[in-house]
Ligand binder design. Structure first.
Ligand code: NAD
Length: 313
């Protein structure tokens, strides 16, 4: 399966309902199924409410709402929901044995070329896939909450996921208006693990009594959080200088312990003289023009945010 036409979403909770909405907004006929009829009954009202919010903020055209709702088919059985669909997105409760039984059932019900994707936040994709006889067509598709506003989809490659399945999923994510990234099957994938680094550190700082709750949150929001939407952490190191980050983290290692040790990759790059934009090579490579344009893009973004901040305060 390389071109997706019809989609089934399994699980009609917070995520499933939002995912079905995004699929229908992008023009896909979308079946949605939940084991519990009460959850299924609430789907249309929930989606209608969200669409009204989006219309009120000029993100969806008012005259599109009925068409979007008509593309969402609440289906009372798994059999009916999966009939002749090209792509299944599972968003049921985070319980590995329930997900594995569902995938075994989906494997029996779906066409042989249908891709089965799981929205699990934590489980191994390979473990979910091994409940089926089509492991090459099982993939992780990790959405963020709320699905109708968060741009990222993490596409997770299980040990036997095929390149074609990855490509189908990536192309679907783009057709849904999302920004896909691909990563190997590993705990926390990308986003959850990156967030864990920050959240765990924030809680440790609080626990050590170094600052109060509000100041820790404000420190993030007004510094790295302020520019994160435009500059990712690796690009921030390129801009600041890999040597500067290396020496700072080495001092943290000395004072706070081995868990702050700068990664070998950072040390290797510093030894090679790849120090970021100042040497035109760090985690990315730059020409003079691309380095200047990155700085300009960052500053334009920060100036816009600075104006918004003036209005807000
Ligand atoms: P939820 O509890 O809101 O919804 C789960 C739905 O699955 C419920 O309506 C339940 O009735 C249904 N369900 C349970 N077993 C089922 C089965 N066997 N067949 C069909 N339906 C079944 O949960 P959620 O927050 O929507 O999370 C769903 C999945 O998405 C989980 O794997 C979760 O880890 C993942 N996820 C959640 C978030 C989040 O912020 N909530 C973000 C990303 C990923």
């Amino acid at each position: 399966m390389s071109r997706v036409g019809k989609i089934a979403v399994i699980g009609a909770g917070i995520m499933g309902s939002g995912i079905a909405q995004v699929c229908a907004q992008a023009g896909f006929e979308t079946n949605i199924y939940d084991k519990y009829s009460t959850a299924l009954q609430k789907v249309s009202d929930n989606i209608k409410r969200t669409l009204d919010l989006l219309v009120g903020n000029d993100l969806v055209q008012a005259n599109e709402v009925d068409n979007i709702l008509q593309r969402i088919h609440t289906t009372p059985t798994l059999n009916k929901a999966t009939e002749d669909v090209d792509f299944v997105i599972e968003a049921i409760v985070e319980d590995i044995s329930k997900k594995r039984s569902l995938f075994a059932e989906l494997d029996n019900l779906c066409r042989k070329d249908t891709v089965l994707a799981t929205n699990t936040s934590s489980f191994s994709i390979s473990e979910v896939a091994s409940a089926t006889k089509r492991q090459e067509r099982v993939v992780g598709m990790h959405w963020w909450n709320p699905p109708y506003l968060m741009p990222l989809i993490e596409i997770v490659k299980g040990s036997r996921t095929s390149e074609q399945t990855l490509e189908t999923t990536r192309s679907l994510a783009m057709n849904l208006g999302k920004k896909p990234v691909v990563c190997k099957d590993s705990p926390g994938f990308l986003g959850v693990r990156l967030q864990a680094a920050l959240v765990i550190e924030a809680i440790k700082i609080l626990e050590e009594g170094l600052a109060d709750v509000e100041d820790i949150d404000l420190a993030v929001r007004m510094s790295l959080g302020f520019r994160l939407p435009i500059i990712g952490p690796l690009q921030a190191v390129d801009l600041g200088g890999l040597d500067t980050f290396f020496y700072a983290y080495d001092y943290l290692r000395e004072k706070l312990g081995q868990s702050y040790k700068p990664p070998d990759l950072l040390g290797d790059k510093v030894r090679k003289g790849d120090l970021g934009i100042k040497t035109r090579k760090g985690f990315y490579e730059y020409t003079e023009a691309s380095a200047a344009s990155l700085v300009e893009r960052r500053d334009r973004w920060l100036m816009r945010r600075a104006k918004e901040l003036q209005v807000e305060s």
